[in-house]
Design a protein around this ligand. Structure first.
Ligand code: URA
Length: 282
């Protein structure tokens, strides 16, 4: 009966909202008291996709005047497949050193610290954010400010710890004033992200917000349309094409729009990831 179906649907939505409340900290920070006015990320990011070169093509070079020394990474195709966890850790450490030396765009000069990424080099689950903010720039670690605490809560809600997943960003250096990454900056940093993913070979990638989602999926479709629906990673490196990608809202957006609806949507996205990875809530 149609009436019964509506009731059942309402029950499902109510259950989802309640679970989102419980798992993502609804009781701790009521929406009207949330003072955070973080960087514009999910809702207000530009709709146009950041143009991303295929990993195998040479990136479009920005104007030479704005450029310093770029690091030429070996072709990602040369990366051995089936690296052991120890080899993966070593490969990521070596790449971090190369990234420290990179002056491919002006952000390499203005940053305080490189924020390469951290976590388990053998992680099944990788979270990709946009770019370091002030706290990350100061510490050299991804997602350690208020948005980072929210991401940590999200990971804990999935029954995991931060050191059991891998966390990184599209950009490894902080854009001044936390502005949205510029296409030329994304182009310069892109080979590092591709190689990080090619080394780790996660089973699932969660993209946080518009810039990460649009960059990795090479799309101009916005996060509001894409979130909650499994996507497939384009063929950016051998063995990576087809990796399941779950786009969800950026933690900064969750904090800015701290409503039961938004928290319920994010929790429903994370539950899909848990199901895919066979994770049980503890
Ligand atoms: N926002 C991001 O996208 N990444 C961080 O590391 C911190 C805040």
């Amino acid at each position: 009966m149609p009436g019964m179906m509506v009731t059942e649907e309402l029950r499902t939505i109510a259950r989802q909202l309640l679970e989102g409340e419980l798992m993502l900290g609804g009781g701790f920070l009521p929406a009207r008291r949330n003072p955070l006015a973080g960087p514009a990320v999910a809702a207000s990011a530009p709709a146009a996709a950041v143009p991303v070169p295929a990993a195998t093509q040479s990136p479009v070079a920005p104007a030479p005047a704005a450029m310093g020394r770029r690091v030429d990474l070996p072709p990602v195709e040369d990366l051995p497949q089936n690296l052991s966890p120890t080899d993966k850790a070593a490969a990521l450490d070596a790449m971090r050193e190369q990234a420290v030396a990179c002056r491919g765009c002006p952000l390499g000069q203005s940053r305080m610290n490189l924020v390469f990424g951290e976590g388990d080099p053998n992680a099944e689950l990788v979270f990709v954010g946009e770019a370091p903010g002030a706290d990350e720039d100061a510490s050299g670690r991804p997602f350690v400010g208020r948005a980072g605490q929210k991401l940590t809560d999200m990971i804990a809600a999935m029954g995991l710890r931060r050191d059991q997943v891998y966390i990184c960003n599209v950009l490894k250096c902080r854009p001044p004033g936390n502005r949205t990454p510029q296409p030329a900056e994304v182009v310069q940093c892109w080979p590092f992200l591709v190689r990080q993913l090619a080394v780790i070979r996660p089973k699932v990638i969660v993209t946080l917000g518009n810039p990460a989602t649009q960059t990795l999926l090479n799309t101009s479709i916005g996060i509001t349309k894409l979130r909650g629906q499994w996507q497939s990673l384009p063929d950016i490196a051998p063995g990576l094409g087809g990796t399941p990608v779950m786009p969800t809202f950026h933690p900064s957006y969750i904090l800015r729009s701290y409503t039961p609806e938004v928290r319920g949507m994010v929790w429903s996205d994370l539950k899909q990831v848990m199901e895919r990875l066979g994770l049980k809530r503890k």
